[in-house]
Design a protein around this ligand. Structure first.
Ligand SMILES: Cc1ncc(COP(=O)(O)O)c(C=O)c1O
Length: 379
């Protein structure tokens, strides 16, 4: 059996006509930059995320960057975040000249351990960027309480978490800003790079709209330096066409996650399973843990099962951040997750037989290796 990590062609087959129509309308209009399709998409994503405003941008990476720019964060400022994330989170902080300050993760959820944040807040701290990793939101109550107490801005990196909920509140709606990525492999993907910022704050929304167009307002008059962070109409049209399907795709991912949990438990396997600690985990990834992770990945590949390591090197150990002087061992849980975690196929179209095959393969691997069990997550 051949089971990829993600089967975008299977999804496309079910919505081909809607996507063609959406793209066709953009082509007919010849309005490619911002315009009505982008407005429509912004309104729809903001409403879906329980927010008042959506600002379409060129990518999730630029969404983060634009929010930091909107807060005038720069050299001499510190921004607190997790080292166990995709590069863009920390890259944005570094690009505006601020200093990333890392907090280790909670090993159960892979999200920032909010209980450790207070100890790292200094006079220079300006913002916290929690990352809702793999589709589950971070501990937002603790984060927001600290942020309010110390007058910090919270930028939710919700690139992997559109529609996720924490105490019935949607990803992106709790902090001052929420940043989404519509990278094609995300749960809601465009046909290339695209993203969006959501906020409930009118002045911040207005500032972001100016920043995404080189800081011009009116056209050709620049009081601030922004960038070209605009969302293309073709991506907006595709995202709007896909949005009505998102909840059923999420339900498919959740069904598959539950099925895996049951199958793994039934098989009595000593692997770490994902812990669900919030109301709505949208399973952008279903991540297991194994102390023999690399061997397991090779074994699965030979059996035709796709998997991926998110992420093999935590940010404090990346070469480009060596200047921060953070040594190996500083964030043990992030470093352990980087060695043990493995994402397996959980895409909505994965069927029973395929899920069973994946679990059978992993059982086969465990049976044939002298496997040291990874500590079971606090599920
Ligand atoms: C956690 C996280 N932050 C930021 C990004 C950046 O998004 P994009 O790829 O759209 O620039 C991604 C996407 O890959 C991500 O997973």
């Amino acid at each position: 059996m051949n089971i990829p990590l993600l089967d975008l062609k299977a999804q496309y087959a079910t919505i081909k006509d809607e996507i063609s129509k959406a793209i066709g309308e953009v082509l007919e209009s010849q309005e490619f930059i911002l315009g009505p399709k982008v407005d429509e998409c912004e309104k729809a994503i903001a409403a879906y995320s329980q927010c008042s405003y959506g600002i379409g941008v060129s990518s999730g990476s630029d969404a983060l960057l634009a929010c930091l720019m909107a807060e005038n964060i720069g050299p001499g400022d510190e921004v607190i975040t997790t080292p166990y994330t995709f590069f863009a989170t920390v890259g944005a902080i570094s690009r505006i000249g601020a200093t990333p300050v890392f907090i280790d993760i909670d090993p159960a959820t892979y999200n920032i351990d909010a209980t450790q944040i207070a100890a790292k807040i200094t006079k220079k701290t300006r913002a916290i960027i929690p990352v809702h990793l793999f589709g589950q939101m971070a501990d937002m109550d603790t984060i927001m309480n600290l942020a309010e107490k110390h007058c910090l801005v919270v930028i939710e990196d919700a690139a992997q978490a559109i529609g996720a909920e924490y105490k019935a509140r949607r990803a992106g709606s709790i902090g001052q800003y929420g940043c989404f990525s519509f990278f094609p492999s995300k749960n809601l993907g465009a046909v290339g790079d695209a993203g969006m910022i959501v906020t409930n704050d009118a002045p911040r929304a207005e500032k972001l709209k100016v920043l995404r167009g080189h800081g011009a307002k009116p056209k050709y008059y620049h009081r601030v330096v922004g960038g070209n962070f605009r969302l293309d109409a073709v991506h907006a049209a595709v995202v709007s066409a896909k949005l009505p399907h998102l909840d059923s795709w999420t339900a498919g991912r959740q069904r598959n996650a539950k099925r895996y949990d049951q199958l793994f438990r039934k098989a009595g396997l000593s692997i770490g399973l994902p812990a669900v600690t919030t109301d709505r985990h949208i399973f952008n990834q279903y991540v297991i843990r194994s102390t023999s992770r690399d061997e397991l990945q090779g074994f699965l590949k030979a059996k035709g099962v796709g998997s991926e390591v998110y992420y093999p090197v935590p940010m404090h150990l990346q070469g480009c951040f060596a200047y921060l002087g953070v040594k190996a061992g500083a964030f043990p849980e992030s470093e352990r997750a980087a060695k043990e975690s493995l994402a397996i196929p959980v895409y909505p179209e994965l069927n029973d037989a395929q899920a069973q095959y994946v679990v059978d393969c992993i059982s086969g691997f465990v049976a044939q290796t002298t496997h040291v069990p990874a500590e079971l997550s606090r599920a």
